[in-house]
Design a protein around this ligand. Sequence first.
Ligand code: GLN
Length: 486
Amino acid sequence: MNLYTKTASELAEMIRNGEVTSEEVTKEFLDRIERTEKKVGALSHIFKDKALEEAKKYDKEGTENRKDYTDRLLFGVPIILKDNIVSKGDLTTAASKILKNYIGTYDSTVVKKLRKAGIPIMGKANMDEFAMGSSNENSSIKPASNPWDLERVPGGSSGGSGAAVAAQQTPIALGSDTGGSIRQPACLTGTVGIKPTYGRVSRYGLMAFGSSLDQIGALAKSTEDLARLLMIIAGYDEKDPTTSDMEVPDYLKNINNDLTGLKIGLPKEYFSEGLDEDVKKVIMEAVEVLKVLGAEVKEVSLPYTRQAISTYYIISSAEAASNLSKYDGVRYGVRKSDKNIEDMYTKSRTEGLGDEVKRRIMIGNYVLSSGFYDAYYKKASQVRRLIREDFENVLKEVDVLLSPVSPTIAFKKGEKLTDPVQMYLADVYTVSANMAGLPALSVPAGFIKGLPVGMQLIGNYFREDLLFNISHKYEQIRGKIEYPEL
Ligand code: GLN
């Protein structure tokens, strides 16, 4: 069997047992990248030589010399990072023209942790510019394709991360999720993806989109891989004051727990109009599986769901307008015109930023402007609290919520590109977890016409362990996914 078809956990065990080296594994994936990348377009930058150097170095150091348990969990297994996660000496462009030549001057906290755990970095994943989008078509580099059907989108904004894992160019990838950008591409590419609790993973070195919503998370082929990876990257960081100092639990410890008595809530608003009937059928079949495993299922209600999309787009755009004001041609990236400062700002931003990013900046500045602040930003912040309270209330009754991730299967490229509102509606089931700060995971639950469908599990604060447990148990019954050969 080819090494690239194995999960990260399997590879880690093989490396630890001396059956293969990190260098061999890394080389295998780099070769696979070479064979498939033209078709898939999952990557924005590839660090071939550097990755092999890192792998060699880790092989020399050896697994057993890693003192911390977590640093041995994925030792030697290579990774791809979303292109908005800064790493020293590497291109990090957020798939934006304005950062076309930007080379990281430091390691983000997650990258530091990956290095400590002996994980070679093979490259950066394609994405929607500055993580704004749901299809990867907003990338200034190239659109990525869905490995299951190259005519279709892999989702976004971490579409490159999803496509790279599904194309088996990498066993694991990091992504970022502001309103669904890990879960939706995971759903559409048949991979598992987790957005951790807000504050579980340091955002230091993540290019900010909506700071109160952004979380770094991961995508993989199995839940166990995700559990291992999250243990490595999570934890308090003095460089990100929003991180929690709560101890990171051993996510592997309870991953096999029996699900008897588990209470699952199905939010009725997530199963109503707008949801594709076939997607609904797949999700309901998965629910039956969980019942067989001992879970009790009941309907619950999140009444403020109807306001979720508008609230999210007001808050995220407001934060984006502020966060992106630093890309002005002075400090980073591309500078156009040296005539005078006004002209330089205007030209640098006009030429450097794409249409969707400009749209968000305009919405953001509008909702923050003195005449409209109360009506939009302030109101949205109040509704956000109500959305959070909806979740807090139902999570007193049930342990976890289960829902679709995306209302449809992967759509065709170009299908929603000219209609931003249609694109925004694709996020209806994912944005609320970000507004509430809750952890949420997408796990493949079935296929429709050969295209994957994911189901979402939303848990209480810092209950990633429970999400992993349910997802892992479900996977055992569902069985292994055969990814496309390409
Ligand atoms: N699709 C959503 C948006 O465009 C989510 C993006 C994200 O999570 N980064 O804003």
